[in-house]
Design a protein around this ligand. Structure first.
Ligand code: SF4
Length: 345
């Protein structure tokens, strides 16, 4: 028995194809309500605290989002609040949606920008994404929901930050959110280095890029992460991490008593650690027994879990790290980036 289990089924995928997407790109599914019930039935005997989600990419993407919300609640022992993640695609097409979000008590929602129109459309992987995000911001504010803007930064878009600074100012978001008792927030980061974002390794920010970040955006970011300087937000250089970890012969387990599992539309199960890719597969709910899937998890039998549990970190670093690289990483993201590469070699 697990203290809790959270299961997230990728029922419908996502309208976007973001170039930083850590869960990676795969074709959208079109699963049925019965598939979600099937999933819940599989995991239910193994915990008294099950939480079921119908998504792990874009929430509320499907027209029957309200019905799916109720279904998830009825299949769950918990009653979670709506994530502060929403469907931008839906909010500009479905007038009911924002009202429904308000009715659930949502008071902040996260949106992602990459710069101006050209960069945002390109990095979101969808034409007109930028215009829709701006429209979504207006709809949220009109409905007393504070926008929280996330900006992914790399060497290709860092020069667009002054544009974003001006945009926020011209939209007067701080004052408009204050007027209804909300709080506008914004943060910059480079994201992890897995899924699609791993393909941006070559243009990952380096320490000499940080001075290009406008003061206002740095201030919002430090507040959001509760940090005192931008180095703490963007992490250390790969060179520094390499030197730190090249003598670290520890191993680690990803097993938890409160696991979160991602289940793709083919019913392959992955632990929610990094991108759901083949090295992390625990089994398939249609072809393997659930007992086998959970045993594979608990005994670290997926290739990636087994590797991390048995191969000293220094060997992984030596095999896959770049001792000269000035790219910035959070330590955990760096280890998972190397581990994913090591498992593919
Ligand atoms: S990052 Fe989110 S919105 Fe973008 S493609 Fe991935 S799941 Fe979709």
């Amino acid at each position: 028995m697990f203290t809790s289990i959270t299961v997230c089924l990728d029922m419908f995928g996502c309208p976007n194809r973001c170039k930083h997407c850590w869960v990676g790109h795969s074709p959208n599914g079109n699963l049925k309500n019965d598939d979600l019930k099937f999933l819940a039935e599989k995991f239910r005997p193994f915990t008294n605290c099950l939480t079921v989600y119908d998504w792990y990419r874009e929430p509320d993407y499907k027209d029957n989002y309200k019905e799916l919300w109720d279904l998830c609640n009825s299949l769950s022992d918990t009653h979670e609040k709506h994530f502060e993640l929403i469907s931008v695609w839906r909010i500009v097409r479905d007038k009911e949606y924002v009202k429904w979000l308000s009715s659930l008590g949502l008071n902040a929602a996260q949106l992602t920008l990459f710069g101006g129109q050209e960069k945002t459309d390109y990095y979101t992987g969808r034409e007109n994404a930028y215009n829709e995000i701006l429209e979504a911001i207006e709809i949220l504010v009109e409905n007393r929901i504070s926008p929280r803007i996330q900006v992914f930064v790399n060497k290709d878009n860092i020069d667009e930050l002054p544009f974003i600074e001006n945009l926020i100012k011209s939209l007067d978001l701080e004052n408009r959110c204050k007027s209804f008792g909300g709080e506008f927030s914004l943060f910059l980061h480079q994201g992890s280095c897995d899924g699609e974002n791993e393909k941006l390794y070559a243009i990952r920010v380096t320490s000499d890029d940080l001075h290009k970040i406008p003061q206002t955006l740095a201030k919002y970011t430090l507040k959001h992460f509760n940090k005192t300087n931008m180095e703490e937000v963007f992490g250390k250089t790969e060179q520094v991490l390499y030197e730190e970890l090249i003598n670290d012969n520890s191993t680690a387990s990803y097993v938890s008593d409160t696991p979160v599992f991602y289940i793709d539309k083919e019913f392959n199960v992955y632990p929610n650690v990094t991108t759901p890719e083949v090295a992390w597969v625990l089994g398939n709910l249609k072809t393997d027994k659930i007992e086998t899937v959970l045993e594979n998890y608990a005994e670290s039998k997926s290739v990636a879990q087994h590797t991390r549990l048995t191969v000293p970190l220094c060997n992984i670093v030596q095999s896959q790290g770049d001792c000269k690289s000035q790219r910035l990483f959070a330590k955990g993201d760096y280890i998972e980036y190397l581990l994913n590469k090591y498992c593919r070699k």
